[in-house]
Design a binder for this molecule. Structure first.
Ligand SMILES: [Zn+2]
Length: 200
């Protein structure tokens, strides 16, 4: 999930496992295959009483869509955002791993930005931060119709209250309730992705 170079070619690697975030040390070795951000791997943790636990016997479990540059780029960006969001929360629980597994499955056929926007909505809901009540972030009134702007963390506001073009209310509701982005047009997906990129 995160790779930090240390010394020559050694690395401190942060991995999201099924239940928690692991930070491990990886010694450089010619026989090691290169690690890339966002790769799914099989591995062994070797505990070291004097230092950080070591990452050993890495085997890549590749996603077939990683050959698509656009999919790989959006996936890696989402992994960076998720790392920034989760770092320091080692016992994060199984939700995040399952969310990525689900997204990786959808990426076989679905647009990458749409997929990761849907994942971001699921994450916000899991953390109790998805504002499904549709109350405007600025004036605190309920948004009953018209256009909805989304701020960082997908906080909704009346488009008029923030002076933005906003999105169709039905499309936002569909995303919040069903975690489906299909009612957004492609140019809107680009704007939504920028909102996700501003921080989970
Ligand atoms: Zn308002």
């Amino acid at each position: 999930m995160n790779l930090k170079k240390r010394g020559n070619e050694d690395m401190i690697v942060t991995l999201l496992s099924t239940e928690s975030l692991l930070t491990l040390y990886r010694f450089y070795g010619a026989r090691h295959s290169a690690l890339q951000l966002g790769y799914k791997i099989d591995f062994i943790v070797e505990n070291n009483p004097f230092f950080m636990p070591r990452l050993r016997q890495v085997a890549h479990l590749s996603f077939e869509w990683l050959f698509s540059l656009e999919k790989a780029r959006v996936w890696q960006r989402f992994c960076q955002l998720l790392y920034a969001h989760l770092r320091g929360a080692e016992e994060c629980g199984g939700f995040y791993y399952d969310m990525l597994e689900n997204a990786a499955g959808k990426l076989k056929t679905q647009n990458p930005k749409r997929t990761m926007i849907e994942s971001a909505a699921a994450l916000l809901e899991h953390e109790g931060r998805l504002h499904s009540d549709m109350r405007c972030f600025i004036c605190r009134e309920e948004i009953k119709g018209g256009r909805v702007a989304l701020l960082r963390g997908c906080s909704p506001a009346h488009a008029a209250c923030v002076g933005a073009e906003g999105f169709d209310l039905r499309a936002v509701k569909r995303l919040f309730e069903a975690k489906e982005s299909l009612l957004f047009a492609d140019p809107e997906i680009k704007i939504l992705w920028k909102i996700v990129e501003s921080g989970l």
